[in-house]
Design a protein around this ligand. Structure first.
Ligand SMILES: Nc1ncnc2c1ncn2[C@@H]1O[C@H](COP(=O)(O)OP(=O)(O)OP(=O)(O)O)[C@@H](O)[C@H]1O
Ligand SMILES: [Mg+2]
Length: 292
């Protein structure tokens, strides 16, 4: 039934393999690795013995129909859901039992399928909170006890926030309450907020959900620029196949909790198994051919 398409280099391809000083000796541990992860909800096997790798400085896609288990696997990777069996490793270290906060300290950040925002905070304040959560935890606690206008601001964090506002094209709305933003901007705020913690790995759950074609294209450009300038890796769950096949170095396909295929975007486009999993949306695969 399943067709697994892999390249011979074990995914150390594309940007991940370039100039790798360890090439030829023992391969470096992937930034993130899931090994045989299983999650059951009662009788339902939501994630069924799934393994995947995210190499350093790579973009990896995770696609599949509704209910395939993508968000559940993300919850396992980010520490919000304990698997019944299997392992999660960050930089070669077993973090299966580690909290989400401990994983964040190891450089992992994520966004959610449904944006989670603080209704009273402005765009800038969201980014400051995210920055301090990683860099100045003690100050974060005192800040949360007073109104934002009384927060003490540091030059370093202001610089970081300013550069994220530029990078994610949120200038002009920085002092607006996030709750008042249109969805396209909220999605970019989610990404900016995750980047404020200066992660090495960012997990994105459906970043283009609810966006129109133009907004999705812009988001793709912004993500590509963030990867290139920040040197981070992305693992992206995405329904928009044009976006995910256009951005990714490697793509995994889940269906009913099982990994049914993985390979380069070209291999995924050509895969009959993927077409079967997306029965009725094969046109999307064809349309994504020209995506950049
Ligand atoms: N907390 C839960 N309790 C019981 N069942 C759950 C729970 N979370 C998810 N499921 C079930 O597990 C399966 C996988 O769900 P999941 O949300 O991971 O899928 P998904 O691939 O992210 O889907 P979508 O594309 O719709 O976001 C589904 O059948 C879902 O109904
Ligand atoms: Mg989901």
């Amino acid at each position: 039934m399943s067709e697994i398409v892999r390249d011979d280099s074990g995914q150390q391809h594309g940007r991940a393999a370039e100039g790798d000083p360890a090439a030829g000796s023992a391969p470096p541990a992937p930034l993130l690795e899931a090994r045989d992860v299983v999650v059951r909800f009662g009788g339902l096997v939501a994630v069924d013995t799934v393994s995947l790798k995210v190499p350093t400085r790579s973009v990896v896609g995770l696609v599949g129909p509704n209910g395939a288990g993508k968000s559940t696997l993300f919850a396992v990777l980010s520490g919000l859901q304990r698997p019944q069996s299997g392992q999660v490793r960050l930089g070669g270290v077993d973090v299966t039992g580690a909290t989400a906060q401990a994983r964040a300290r190891r450089g992992l950040a994520r966004t959610f399928q449904h944006p989670e925002i603080f209704f009273t905070l402005t765009v800038r304040e969201h980014l400051l909170v995210a920055y301090r959560a990683r860099h100045a935890r003690r100050r974060l606690v005192t800040d949360l006890l007073m109104t934002p206008s009384r927060w003490r601001r540091d030059v370093g964090e202001e610089d970081r926030v300013d550069s994220l506002l530029d990078q994610l094209e949120l200038r002009g709305v920085e002092d607006r309450r996030a709750a008042a933003l249109p969805l396209g901007m909220l999605r970019r705020l989610e990404v900016a907020r995750a980047l404020a913690a200066e992660p090495t790995l960012l997990l994105l759950d459906e970043p283009s959900s609810g966006l129109d074609v133009g907004e999705t294209e812009r988001l793709g450009e912004v993500l590509r620029a963030a990867v290139d300038s920040e040197g981070l890796s992305l693992l992206m769950v995405e329904h928009d196949l044009g976006l995910v096949l256009g951005l990714s170095d490697h793509v995994y396909v889940l269906d009913f909790g099982k990994l049914v295929a993985d390979g380069t975007p070209a291999e995924i486009r050509a895969s009959s198994v993927v077409r079967d999993a997306y029965l009725g949306t094969a046109g999307d695969l064809d349309q994504s051919q020209g995506a950049s």
